[in-house]
Design a protein around this ligand. Structure first.
Ligand SMILES: [Zn+2]
Length: 185
C-alpha cells in the first residue's frame, strides 16, 4: 500500500480537541501550566509543540506559534524564526525518540477548503512516517491503546527534547524549555 500524506484526514482529529470552555484551544494550551496533561511537550519564546491526541501516526505533533492568527503573512519575523527553529527541534526530537524513516510536515490554511478545523490559529503538522506504515488509527482502533501510545510518545519526545543542547527541564510535568535565543542543535 502506498503511503500518502492526507492532511484532510486530520480534520476530525482537530475537531475532537475543541474545548467548549475556550474560544481557542491552542490559546488555552499556550496560557495553561498543565503541560503534561495537555500534552504540550516543548516550549520556546514564541511557539510550542503539542502532541495530537488522535495521532495520524505515533509522534504526530503540531508546532504552534503563540500568535492567534490564521494568516501566515501576519506572523512577525521573530515569531516566524522561532516557529521554524522549533520545527527543526521537533524533527530532531522525533528522530531521537522514535527513529522514523521520514516525515510529512505542513500547514492547513484556509479552513474547510484545506481540511483543517482550527483555521483561526495556524499550526504546522509534523507527522513521522515509517516505510510501509499505514494510518495508525484504523490499525490500532482501541481508544485505550491510543491513549497509552500517546503517553509513551510524550515521554520519548520529552526526553529527546531534553537531550538537545540549549534546552532545560523545569519540572516533570512541564514542557521542555527551549532557551532563547535559539541555539544550534
Ligand atoms: Zn488561538
Amino acid at each position: 500500500m502506498e503511503s500518502v500524506f492526507a492532511p484532510w484526514r486530520i480534520e476530525w482529529v482537530e475537531r475532537e480537541e475543541q474545548n467548549p470552555d475556550a474560544d481557542c484551544v491552542f490559546c488555552a494550551f499556550r496560557d495553561a501550566e498543565t503541560d503534561r496533561e495537555n500534552r504540550v511537550v516543548a516550549r520556546s519564546d514564541h511557539a510550542f509543540v503539542l502532541l495530537n491526541n488522535y495521532p495520524y501516526s505515533p509522534g504526530h505533533v503540531m508546532v504552534i506559534p503563540h500568535t492567534h492568527t490564521g494568516e501566515y503573512g501576519a506572523l512577525d519575523d521573530e515569531t516566524l524564526l522561532d516557529h521554524a527553529r522549533l520545527k527543526q527541534r521537533a524533527f530532531d526530537a522525533l528522530e531521537r525518540g522514535l527513529s522514523p524513516d521520514g516525515f510529512n510536515a505542513g500547514l492547513n490554511l484556509g479552513g474547510k477548503a484545506a481540511g483543517g478545523s482550527i483555521d483561526d490559529h495556524l499550526h504546522t503538522h509534523v507527522v513521522p512516517r515509517w516505510e510501509g506504515d499505514t494510518n495508525f488509527m484504523p490499525v490500532v482502533g482501541d481508544t485505550q491503546v491510543i491513549v497509552e501510545a500517546v503517553d509513551d510518545s510524550y515521554d520519548r519526545i520529552h526526553d529527546a527534547f531534553a537531550e538537545q543542547d540549549g534546552t532545560s527541564v523545569v519540572g516533570a510535568d512541564a514542557a521542555v524549555r527551549v532557551d532563547a535565543p535559539p541555539k544550534g542543535l
